[in-house]
Design a binder for this molecule. Sequence first.
Ligand SMILES: Cc1cc2nc3c(=O)[nH]c(=O)nc-3n(C[C@H](O)[C@H](O)[C@H](O)COP(=O)(O)OP(=O)(O)OC[C@H]3O[C@@H](n4cnc5c(N)ncnc54)[C@H](O)[C@@H]3O)c2cc1C
Length: 469
Amino acid sequence: MAAPWRVAVVGGGIAGLAAAVRLRDRAPAGTEITVYEQSGALGGKLRTGELAGQAVEFGAESFLMRDPAGGESAAVALVRRLGLADRVVHPTVGQAALAVDGGLRPIPGGTLVGVPGDLAAVATVARPATDADRDAGRPLLGPDDDVAVGALVRARLGDEVVDRLVDPMLGGVYAGRADNLSLNTTMPALARAARVEHTLVGAVRAAQAAAPRAPGAPVFGTLAGGLGTLVEAAATASGATIRRDAAVRELIPTGAGWRLTVGPTRDVEHVDVDAVVLAVPARPAARLLAGVAPEVAAAVGGLDYASVALVTLALPEPALPALSGFLVPATEGLLIKASTFFTTKWGHLRRPDGLALVRASVGRYGDEAQLQRPDEDLAATVHRELSAVLGTPLPAPVAAHVQRWGGSLPQYAPGHLDRVASARAALRAGHPTLALAGAAYDGVGIPVCVRSGATAADEIITALGGSGT
Ligand SMILES: Cc1cc2nc3c(=O)[nH]c(=O)nc-3n(C[C@H](O)[C@H](O)[C@H](O)COP(=O)(O)OP(=O)(O)OC[C@H]3O[C@@H](n4cnc5c(N)ncnc54)[C@H](O)[C@@H]3O)c2cc1C
C-alpha cells in the first residue's frame, strides 16, 4: 500500500517497544508509529526505581544472554541495536541456593531448570527415583504432545526432584507450580529433545548438547543504570509518537484498517490506522479482541496469571553469604519464594557504605490472599523470614519498598502454544493487519517478549505489502 503507513502499537511494555523499533527499522521511511500506553510510564514489567539513593529494579531484573536454541538472545540483539552494549553487566556472584530443611544449600549445577542430566549431581538437594527413567523404546513425547513439567519429571525422576528443585526454579520465574506449567512453553529446548530421546536424563543431556554454553560465558546480563535505560532507548530509537495515559478501549475493523478508541469516555478520541500490534497482557487483549474475533478473544482470555509482590529492603551492613540469592520450595511454608542479594549479585550496585539491597519475591499462584496484607506487614515478614533462612538476625532496614505486580505472570497450561498458534492463524486469515505480541503468547522472558514484538512487526509489514527486510 502507499506510504506513509500508520501503525498503532498498543502497550508500551518491552514487546510493544521492540515492535516499534523493528517497524522503524524495516517499514518504509515515513511510517507513522504511535505507541499507546495506558499507564503514565513505559516499560510495563520493566521498572527501574530508586531506594536509598540507588537505582534498583522494582520489576524484571535481568535478561538471558543466549537464545535457548543457540546464538545471542533477542534482548542482547536489541541492546546492541540501541547502542547500549557497553552498559551490559553480568552477575559477579552467580551461585544461588535453595532454602531446604531450614538451611541454605547451593543449587546443583548442570541441570535444565532443575531437571538433572546427571542424577548424582543433585543428590545434595533431592534423591531422584533411580528406576523409573527407563527406555521404553520410544521418545518421551509424541510430535504434538505437551505435558505439565511436573507430571513428566515426577513420572521419570520422582517427587523430590520436582518439589525441591524444579518447582522452586520454575516458581522463581513464573510464581506457579511445575504441576500446572506447560513443558513446551516453559522449557522448549527440553520439549524438543523429549520428542527424540527415550529417557528424561537423555533428553536433558541432548538439549544441553544442542546449545552448548562456552565455558565461563555469562548466562544473565542487565544494564548499568537499570533496565529503564533500555525502555527509554527503545522509545527514542523507534521514533514513535509515545502516548502515555492513553488506554486503547476499542478496536474496530474499518475494512481499510482499524479505528481505535483511545482514552477515557469523557474525553474519547478516535484514531484511524492501517495496522495494529497488540502488545498487552491476555485480559486486556481479550477485551479488545472480543468485538473483532470472539473465538480468538476466548482463546487468548483463557490464560491465567499469578500475582507477586517484590519487597526490597536496604540493610546496613548485614552478614550475607556469598550468594546471588536463594529460592524457596513451596513445601518450606515460607511467604518468600525467592530472594536476590542485589548488592552481592551485581558488582555495579555495591556501595562503599556497605548498605545492602536485598529483594524478596512473595506470592505464589493460588495463594493471592497473602498479598492482601499491608506493605509494612509484607516487609516485616520478609525481614523475619530472611533472618530465619540466613540463621542470623538482620539489622533493621533503613528503607523498604513494596512493588505489587497483580496478575502479572502468565501460567501457561499444557497446550498453550497450540492455542496461540490457532489464535494467530485465525487472526492472520481474517485480520492480517492485527498482530499479537508479548508475554501472553510466546513466553515470559524479556528476550522472548522482544522477539515476539519484532515478529509481530514483521507480520504487519508483510500484511501491508512491505518487504519486511
Ligand atoms: C515481578 C516480575 C519480575 C520479572 N523478572 C524478569 C527478569 O528478571 N527477567 C526476564 O527476562 N523477565 C522477567 N519478568 C518477565 C518479563 O518482565 C515480562 O514477561 C515482560 O516484561 C512482559 O513484557 P510485555 O511487553 O509482554 O508486557 P507488559 O510489560 O505487561 O507490557 C504491557 C503494557 O501494556 C499496557 N496496556 C495494557 N492494556 C492496555 C491498553 N488497553 N491500552 C494501552 N496500553 C495497555 C500496560 O500498562 C503495560 O505497560 C518478570 C516479570 C515480573 C512480573
